[in-house]
Design a protein around this ligand. Structure first.
Ligand code: DQA
Length: 144
């Protein structure tokens, strides 16, 4: 059974309450439930985490090197700032899928830059919570 790490960055713990017109009304717990449900259909064992702290995300990416065949990451605001996430992801061997609920390219110009994208096999933005499920489906293809 493939193991997938799904990581969520700062403020995503507020999903459902924070700007629902941009990020949708699903909570992070709703997203986790739907990822676990599709994940079990696809035969994935899932680790699902959220942190507001950059170093914690780096630690989980490093743990994924030992534990997981792939990473799905919504780095939230660290997308646009974090060389630490870039370096940590560079040291991971399997596929990495970057997910954003909103279309970052249709928003403020400073959101157009992603330090994570150069390390990603694929980028999904603007599909809301469904983006996580699309990422799992893509991994099902990539890991089969
Ligand atoms: C986000 C987009 C980021 O620009 C923002 O800082 C977030 C969420 C998204 O999922 O659309 O916190 O990653």
């Amino acid at each position: 059974m493939a193991h997938i790490t799904i990581l969520n960055g700062p403020n995503l713990n507020l999903l459902g309450k924070r700007k629902p017109e941009v990020y949708g009304s699903d909570t992070l717990a709703d997203i986790e439930t739907s990822c676990r449900s599709l994940g079990s259909e696809l035969g994935f064992d899932i680790r699902f985490e959220q942190s507001n702290h950059e170093g914690q995300l780096v630690d989980w990416i490093q743990q994924a090197r030992e534990q997981s065949q792939a990473i799905i990451i919504n780095p939230a605001a660290y997308t646009h700032t974090s060389i630490a996430l870039y370096d940590a992801l560079e040291a991971f061997d399997g596929p990495i899928i970057e997910v954003h609920l909103s279309n970052i390219h249709a928003r403020e110009e400073w959101r157009h830059k992603s330090y994570v994208s150069p390390q990603a096999s694929a980028i999904i933005a603007g599909c809301g919570a469904q983006g996580y499920l699309l990422a799992l489906q893509r991994l099902s293809t990539l890991l089969s």
